[in-house]
Write a protein that binds this ligand. Structure first.
Ligand SMILES: [Ca+2]
Length: 469
């Protein structure tokens, strides 16, 4: 009766704990996927790509997208098929992911203002990991245009290398594409792979690792090493499906956003460059997928030990849909992005989640998945969707573009512009968002329900969304 005697009870407890440790060790050596239990805090690989829309194999946004490494990662975890950026432009979107603050609340919409100047007291996601005992290191583009030293123990910025002279396509140096003469590991992004590999080859430390790698591709200009570009001959490249009258049922504020890039669209049409542009974007998507694959390969051993991989893109991209190029709209081309969580032993592989999620909640979800102490961010995590991708309790995805707002909920996209103009799309019947149902009386109730859930946008000094366009 050990429990009746104080010293006996202690010895009983110690024995039981030791037995648990021993059986965990035996189990871990027998079943490697159980090893994650041995390390309470898993290593994290935080992968970021720039301007990658849903043109991946696993999201199916373009039939010729070639992204085998992203697709494989998706098959090893949960792929969110309705994940949306907090704001369809770089600085606000990244600020939301990295601080856990919705764009409507942080109000930073300009690309020309450092998030740290705007939110001096923000605790970033890597800072939260550091406070929980992690070593946080990063490279490339994670925040917009700043490294943010308090967020990292170590950070690497590559030499910026672009082909010269430009433009290669005769349009403009920024809206340009073509072959990159350097080898795939010698480009700006290629250097990140080399650095990340080196870091992963260093002797492992006691501290768990948070490694962030932020690639620039497929951001403009679209230059990829020739081997990648050659796989996408423009004459065999399919253009995105478009409707010539698509803008006719869109309110003035929406048309204004669409036509922000009317000059570029006109030049593309006049010079017959649409196929070339689509091919170059696909080639850059394929190239960044290859780079991601190289980093994932270097991380593989840690993954076998239960490490977590998260992949996201800061926002999407138009390639002529609604006569628009680039981002800065509230349609799916701008807001829908790949988001993948892979965590062997923690998250079942091969899951697909169709519930809308906002990228603002990526960090809180990751922190919970890693068992960090303390709440982080201002939005609830979507951890329950990692366990059950059909969980109906998840909140809708809210998107803000300065004072224009959108909501993705169930199969609906609702847009409310600052002047009161509205759009409503039934995504089950009209996934390309061609038919605006906002003026149909039949949909009045749906619209009212969605409108109530729209976030309020704070008036701030964070610039307007187009100050650095
Ligand atoms: Ca339309």
């Amino acid at each position: 009766m050990a429990a009746d005697h104080p010293s006996g009870a202690r010895s009983h407890t110690l024995t039981r704990r030791r037995l648990l440790e021993l059986s965990a060790g035996v189990l871990a050596s027998t079943f490697p996927w159980l090893r994650y239990r041995a390390r309470s805090k898993p290593d994290v690989l935080f992968l970021v790509v720039d301007d990658l829309n849903d043109w991946t194999g696993c999201l199916g946004g373009h039939p010729q997208a070639r992204t085998p490494n992203i697709d494989r990662l998706a098959s090893q975890g949960v792929l969110f098929r309705s994940a949306h950026c907090a704001a369809p432009t770089c600085n606000p979107s990244r600020t939301s992911v990295m601080t856990g603050i919705p764009a409507a609340v942080h109000g930073l919409f300009g690309n020309g203002i450092s998030f740290r100047r705007h939110l001096p007291n923000a605790v970033t996601l890597p800072q939260h990991f550091m406070r929980n005992g992690y070593r946080a290191i990063g490279c490339g583009k994670i925040f917009h245009s700043v490294v943010d030293e308090p967020s990292w123990h170590e950070y690497f910025l590559p030499d910026v290398r672009w082909p010269d002279p430009r433009p290669n396509n005769g349009i403009s140096p920024r809206f340009d594409w073509g072959p990159e003469g350097r080898g795939p590991l010698e480009t700006t992004d290629g250097q990140l792979v080399t650095w990340a590999r080196k870091k992963l080859q260093e002797p492992r430390r006691q501290q768990p690792l948070f490694l962030a790698v932020g690639f620039n591709h497929p951001h403009l200009p679209w230059f990829a090493p020739w081997d990648f570009l050659a796989q996408f001959p423009p004459e065999q490249t399919q253009l995105p499906a478009v409707r010539d009258d698509d803008l006719d049922d869109i309110p003035p504020a929406g048309r204004e956003l669409a036509l922000l890039t009317a000059d570029e669209h006109q030049r593309i049409l006049e010079r017959g460059l649409w196929h070339q542009a689509v091919a170059a974007y696909l080639a850059c998507g394929h190239y960044v997928d290859w780079l991601l694959g190289e980093v994932l390969r270097a991380f593989e051993r840690r993954r076998q030990d239960g490490a977590v991989v998260v992949l996201w893109s800061d926002h999407g991209f138009h390639l002529g849909q609604k006569q628009h190029w680039k981002k800065w709209t509230l349609w799916h081309e701008s807001t829908r992005v790949p988001v993948i969580f892979s965590a062997p032993g923690r998250v079942d592989p091969g899951q697909r989640c169709d519930r809308p999620v906002t990228m603002t909640a990526i960090g809180a979800t990751l922190a919970e998945l890693c068992g960090l102490a303390g709440r982080w961010g201002q939005v609830p995590s979507f951890s329950r969707l990692l366990a059950d991708p059909r969980d109906p309790g998840s909140p809708p995805a809210a998107i803000a573009l300065h004072k224009h707002r959108a909501l993705c909920a169930d199969n609906w996209r609702y847009i409310l512009y600052r002047d009161g103009g509205e759009e409503l799309y039934d995504l089950a019947r009209d996934p390309l968002e061609w038919v605006n149902l906002a003026s149909s009386s039949e949909h009045h109730d749906v619209k009212a329900r969605l409108a109530k859930q729209l976030p309020r946008v704070r008036v701030t000094s964070g610039g307007t969304w187009d100050d650095d366009r």
